[in-house]
Ligand binder design. Structure first.
Ligand code: UDP
Length: 478
């Protein structure tokens, strides 16, 4: 294949969810899986997106497809190819659907031409792979223009949009008007929240499916405290003597042992925090909508108000060359670094800007896992958020969360029960107050964390997600 890249998908036993959801629910899930396998009888379930690494969609596909394969569904994953110019346009579209301006560039005829040209090549290749009756799940705006040709080729096309905005404004209108022509003949849409469904998508053809996490992946698997410690020392995120044995281990998706060998690239003034230093952690792509600069300002406000507090802030994201469909990363990282340099030394001294290695996806995930588990408080101060898998991940690890009441975060956290919601994400006082609450009252923080884990067990594990897809395919494939 010249344009498309097929991502190798392994097989993971769906059965292992029995440990977390119980045998009864597991039996139901296996029955549904077997029924779908008989119905599809060898037809392929294709998933198409624009990156194999980085961001929530890649995270979802990495594990869901492996579990689907374990019950005999021929689930496959292909990634489209595009140039920088294409991804600048799709990132602009991403901002627009979030109701934001992004870099403020046009979404006009020139952009449409580039978008269509890039996808034309990908479509031709995809059409040669797909057979009538195959199911094709297209993910996000990057893939929308593949739909018309694949519908014509006789595939059952489902377009899944992982982003959106609760209201409509000039930007959402611009974004949806750009995409609408490609969606006319699509028989089914999936959104993560009903508030995201625009008038451009026929509500009668729309299903709501919330995202999920894989409790057993390197990102979320249980890690003993000793492993957390050694991973963080090995990567240079926590101060201490070199770990022994030297390279700490985790378990890869396929059960084989993995090793964390790379170090993170860290911008800081002094040393790494000690193991005992309370850490406030946000893990996100370098994206203005994740508001990394606002997190630093909120932290500075908290330092001013709580002079005895010793917590430090760690902002972590992928190294900027690591996420191919997000050309904005390098620019935003440079802005974050500049804002950091402008802070007073006393504040800067307690803020660590971390670029995580991405060469090995599982290693990257293990580092994120260790960081989230070690965090005293996890923050997600997003200005917009599709769903917010980083929130789900931290909830599963029983972390107390301080997160904005935007997008899917509002479904996940019940304010004051399974985390604290920031009503106004731009209000640094509210942020600072929330931090004081969580850092100052350990038993309150523990209660929130425990409730958070339960909520994920009930609603956000991958097995439920797969069941929802199975029901949808069954309903459409008549
Ligand atoms: N992520 C990661 N490494 C990083 C930064 C982020 O693996 O350095 C992961 C994070 O753990 C989460 C996903 O990327 O699984 C981000 O998904 P989310 O829904 O939070 O936001 P998105 O990036 O899709 O806007």
């Amino acid at each position: 294949m010249v344009h498309l890249t097929e991502v190798q998908v392994g097989v993971l036993p769906l059965k292992r969810f029995a440990k977390v959801i119980g045998r009864e629910q597991m039996r139901e899930a296996l029955k549904t899986g077997a029924k779908l396998r008989r119905r599809l009888a060898g037809r392929v379930v294709w998933n198409v997106n624009s990156t194999a690494v980085g961001g929530g969609v890649a995270e979802l596909l990495q594990s869901l497809l492996c579990y689907a394969r374990s019950v005999g569904i021929d689930a496959r994953w292909v990634v489209i190819r595009g140039q920088l110019e294409f991804f600048k346009i799709t990132k602009r579209l991403h901002h627009a659907l979030h109701g934001a301006t992004g870099d403020g560039t046009e979404l006009g005829e020139r952009e449409r031409q580039i978008y269509e040209e890039t996808l034309r090549e990908n479509t031709l290749e995809m059409a040669s792979l797909v057979r009538p009756g195959d199911i094709v799940l297209l993910h996000d705006p990057q893939t929308a223009a593949l739909a018309p040709e694949l519908v014509r080729a006789g595939a059952l096309v489902i377009w899944r949009c992982h982003i959106g905005y609760d209201a409509s404004n000039e930007e959402t209108e611009r974004g949806w008007a750009f995409l609408a022509p490609y969606l006319e003949d699509v028989p089914a849409f999936v959104f993560s929240r009903s508030a995201y469904v625009p008038e451009y998508c026929d509500h009668g053809k729309t299903t709501i499916i919330e995202p999920s996490i894989d409790a057993f992946s390197p990102k979320n698997q249980e890690l003993p405290e000793a492993a957390v410690h050694t991973i963080l020392v090995q990567t240079g995120l926590v101060d201490g003597p070199p770990p022994s044995p030297p390279n700490p281990s985790f378990t890869r998706e396929d059960g084989s042992p993995g090793r964390v060998t790379r170090r993170a690239d860290v911008i800081r003034l002094g040393r790494a925090p000690s193991w005992d230093t309370p850490l406030i952690v946000q893990v996100s792509r370098w994206d203005p909508l994740k508001d990394p600069i606002g997190v630093m300002r909120g932290f500075a406000a908290w330092m001013q108000g709580d002079s005895k507090g010793s917590a430090e802030l760690l902002l972590a994201g992928p190294e900027v060359s690591g996420v191919t469909d997000d050309p904005e990363g390098a620019i935003i990282f440079a802005q974050v670094e500049k804002a950091w340099r402008e802070l007073p030394d006393a504040v800067r001294d307690r803020i660590h800007l971390v670029s995580l290695p991405t060469a090995d996806v599982a290693e990257n995930a293990a580092i994120v896992n260790a960081l989230q588990r070690h965090a005293t408080v996890v923050v997600q101060k997003s200005l917009r958020e599709g769903f917010g898998l980083t929130v789900t991940e931290a909830m599963w690890k029983s972390r107390p969360l301080l997160a904005s009441a935007v997008g899917g975060i509002q479904e996940q956290i019940e304010d004051g029960v399974s985390g604290i919601l920031l009503k106004d994400p731009t209000n640094v006082e509210e942020f600072s107050h929330g931090l004081s609450r969580l850092l100052g009252d350990a038993s309150y923080a523990r209660r929130l964390g425990e409730a958070a884990r339960e909520r994920v067990r009930e609603r956000y594990l991958g097995v439920r997600h797969l069941l929802a897809y199975a029901r949808l395919i069954e309903a459409l494939d008549r």
